[in-house]
Design a protein around this ligand. Structure first.
Ligand SMILES: [Zn+2]
Length: 495
């Protein structure tokens, strides 16, 4: 039997989000728990490995932190340490498949936390055991990552609908290596900064650039060609886009093709942009009123699904100034003091609230107003929703606005979480979620959508944010710059 370890640690870190990650909202599957649920990338990994009659799957540990503030060093060492301990205790292994993300960061990291994790995994399993990894296209690949990992599979859709297929390919690459393939990788770091909302794979030019990848895959000697949009909000030297090509044994071919892909992306840099209706906050709220209800609105500057904190009430305060909106639901605001106050008062009570006093990621604002407590709860964890949270919450009615407040950060990007708080997810006129583009569960509702260009750490206008550590020149900050792919080229360094 060939013994293949499966593991993973996935997080998309928003460095500017205040504080550190709250690990109580992360999801952990230890050992055989990995087999118990249909887990994103991992379900494809398991599917592929189960096709092999002589493979024993050795489940290590899977950690899913979603998008969050950064790991402290102590937090990262604790979680990584448990994975490594379990890996060391697993006995002799013939291969490792990891389901990661690529944009995980630790506060004092000299490289991505993904790179650090896989460097340590390599140290434990030794140089002869092949390691492959599945990643999100919003991640990054560093020179160290290329050096430590033998095979990469990367999402090709945003919004993400191909996690299973990506995991399948990651495991398939491992099988090919065990059958004798000799992977060589090269990548190009492209100095192009794109919020995910401007590079959705259902719109040009990203749709065409991603469709092109399968032509590269089909070339002689190519294992897989990939393109990372990256995570543009982080002020880090490795932020930006990456083209990555893995070949069987031919590093020169990998170098050539990675530059080729990077050149095609660079040539179209000015074509990326928001393709959905997008407006400043006040105008967007007005436009939504002209549309067939219900309408979903994205508070894109405080996008919790990108790691923003969710504390901002800027859209709520604008909505309170617009009684003509008549009926609007605004969910997912982090305000622990307000939640405690509402829970103490209880459902049905009228309370005096101070909206905006608990801002952390932007200056506090104070707006005292009356609110009715509609409902409260100690936790929000409906069955079948991975993004639940054990944190207390409260739903308040403030004039024409119904708003949900939460004790800690959580991602609300599915209608079930609204229903679990007693909010009808389709009967109201307008719904504001703290998201950017609509995630599949919201997109599939088929409602109208307006993106609000709100302020916050996930501001979609990157030129409004402060950068000091990214490689300059870079687009769009230095719009007149010239660049050629060889400037960003590196390979796996395996000689
Ligand atoms: Zn992503």
């Amino acid at each position: 039997m060939r013994r293949i370890a499966v593991m993973g640690m996935s997080n998309e870190t928003m460095l500017a989000s205040p504080g550190h990650i709250d690990l109580s909202t992360s999801l952990f599957w230890r050992g055989e728990e990995i087999f118990g649920e249909e887990l994103f990338l991992m379900r494809g990994v398991l599917q592929r490995l189960r096709e092999e009659p002589d493979v024993e799957i050795v489940p290590i540990m899977l950690v899913r932190c979603r998008a969050t503030p950064v790991f402290s060093r102590a937090q990262f060492d604790e979680v990584k340490g448990e994975i490594l301990e379990r890996l060391a205790a697993a006995g002799p292994l013939d291969g490792v498949v990891a389901a990661n993300h690529g944009a995980m960061e630790v506060e004092d990291g000299e490289s991505t936390a993904d790179t650090e994790l896989m460097t340590d995994v390599r140290r434990i399993v030794g140089t002869d055991v092949p390691i492959t990894v599945g990643l999100d296209l919003h991640g990054h690949v560093t020179p160290g990552y290329l050096n430590q990992v033998d095979g990469f599979a990367v999402y090709r859709t945003a919004p993400h609908r191909d996690d299973g297929e990506t995991g399948y390919r990651a495991a398939d690459h491992l099988m090919r290596i065990m059958a004798g393939a000799k992977p060589r990788h090269a990548a190009v770091h492209i100095p192009l900064f794109l919020p995910g909302e401007t590079a959705m794979t259902i719109y040009p030019p990203a749709d065409e650039l991603y469709a092109m990848l399968s032509d590269y895959d089909a070339m002689d000697g190519v294992v897989e060609a990939n393109l990372f949009i990256g995570f543009a909000w982080n002020d880090l030297p490795w932020a930006g886009m990456h083209a990555l090509v893995t070949t069987d044994g031919d590093v020169d071919l990998a170098r050539k093709l990675a530059q080729d892909i990077a050149a095609k992306v660079w040539a179209r840099r000015s074509e990326f942009g928001l393709q959905m209706p997008s407006y400043e906050v006040e105008e967007g709220l007005r436009k939504a009123m002209e549309m067939q209800p219900p309408v979903l609105l994205s508070d894109s500057g405080d996008n919790v699904t990108a790691g923003a904190f969710g504390d901002l009430t800027l859209v709520l305060q604008q909505a309170l100034d617009m009684p003509e909106l008549e009926d609007i639901v605004i969910v997912n605001i982090v305000a622990p003091g307000l939640v405690d106050q509402a829970r103490q008062a209880g459902a049905g009570a009228m309370i005096e609230v101070d909206i905006g006093a608990e801002h952390l990621s932007r200056p506090a604002t104070h707006r005292k107003t009356e609110a009715e407590v509609l409902a409260t709860g100690a936790e929000l964890n409906p069955p079948g929703v991975f993004r639940g949270s054990s944190a207390p919450w409260a739903v308040l009615k403030i004039g024409h606005v119904t708003a949900s407040f939460h004790h800690s950060r959580l991602s609300i990007n599915s209608p079930q979480l609204l229903e679990a708080m007693g909010i009808d997810s389709a009967a109201h006129r307008l719904y504001v979620y703290k998201v950017g583009y609509l995630h599949p569960k919201l997109e599939d509702l088929g409602f109208g959508h307006v993106l609000l260009l709100s302020d916050g750490t996930s501001n979609l206008d990157l030129t409004k944010l402060d950068y000091h550590r990214i490689v300059r020149p870079a687009y769009p900050f230095d719009p007149d710059m010239t660049w050629s792919p060889e400037q960003g080229l590196y390979d796996d360094g395996r000689g």
